[in-house]
Design a protein around this ligand. Structure first.
Ligand SMILES: Cc1cc2nc3c(=O)[nH]c(=O)nc-3n(C[C@H](O)[C@H](O)[C@H](O)COP(=O)(O)O)c2cc1C
Length: 212
């Protein structure tokens, strides 16, 4: 595959409208140069004072992914059990059930994702700067969409944040990881995510009184 031309022709707005969370991934390897390219897209994001506090760590070694996945899976099962149970209830709204099932699938198959991309960043006055990293994270998700890679945003690993940060060679106090983006070639197709209509959340000048 030509890394240089990958993703360069997809119109921006079409890409972002169809960048749903892709959690079912093939185990096939992904060229590390392509991962570098989507991370470079991350570096074009804005950040406060243009401090650019990000660090991107792409975990590819199978035994390292297996370890990370084992922690993620255990925490996911522990914390998200009520949502998991709701997802199994057939009376639960369809879209929510699909979404939750995909999240469960990811938790059970995370080790198969060929790349576990962690986004970490410098703390400021002792606090993690999530807001400085999320624009870069979104750029990465969109760049993955452009080059045809499946990706999704997760943060559940934070429950074991310190342990995982040390495992990645990060100082959990100075540069904690904020997000884990599992990346791989998608099993399914890109498509429009389920979202409420813009008509329910766009206002001019002021929000009418009846809207909460
Ligand atoms: C801050 C944040 C944290 C998230 N953490 C997780 C997570 O730990 N695990 C997971 O499966 N999805 C996680 N998600 C992904 C959302 O669940 C996902 O965007 C949502 O299901 C919508 O999917 P869709 O774009 O396909 O509609 C997170 C999303 C955000 C914005």
């Amino acid at each position: 595959m030509n890394i240089e031309s990958a993703g360069e022709s997809l119109p921006l707005l079409e890409g972002l409208r169809t960048a749903r969370a892709m959690r079912r991934l093939k185990p096939d390897p992904v060229p590390i140069e392509l991962i570098r390219k989507v991370c470079e897209a991350g570096t074009f994001a804005p950040s406060g004072g243009n401090r650019q506090p990000w660090q991107f760590i792409a975990v590819t070694a199978p035994e390292r992914r297996a370890y990370i996945a084992s922690l993620y899976r255990a925490r996911f099962r522990e914390y998200i059990r009520p949502a998991v149970e709701a997802a199994l209830d057939p009376t639960y709204p369809d879209a929510k059930r699909r979404n939750m099932k995909a999240a469960i699938y990811l938790a059970e198959h995370l080790h198969e994702a060929p790349v576990h991309l962690f986004v970490a960043g410098w703390t400021r006055r002792g606090a993690p700067q999530s807001q400085a990293l999320f624009p870069a994270i979104q750029n990465i998700l969109l760049a993955c969409r452009a080059v045809g890679l499946g990706a999704s945003l997760t943060t559940a690993h934070r429950a074991d944040g310190e342990e995982i940060d040390r495992y990645l060679g990060l100082d959990p106090v100075k540069t904690p990881s904020i997000a884990l983006i599992p990346i791989g070639w998608p099993k399914g197709r890109f498509g429009r995510p389920t979202r409420r209509s813009i008509d329910t959340c766009f206002f001019v000048d002021a929000v009418p009184e009846q809207v909460g």
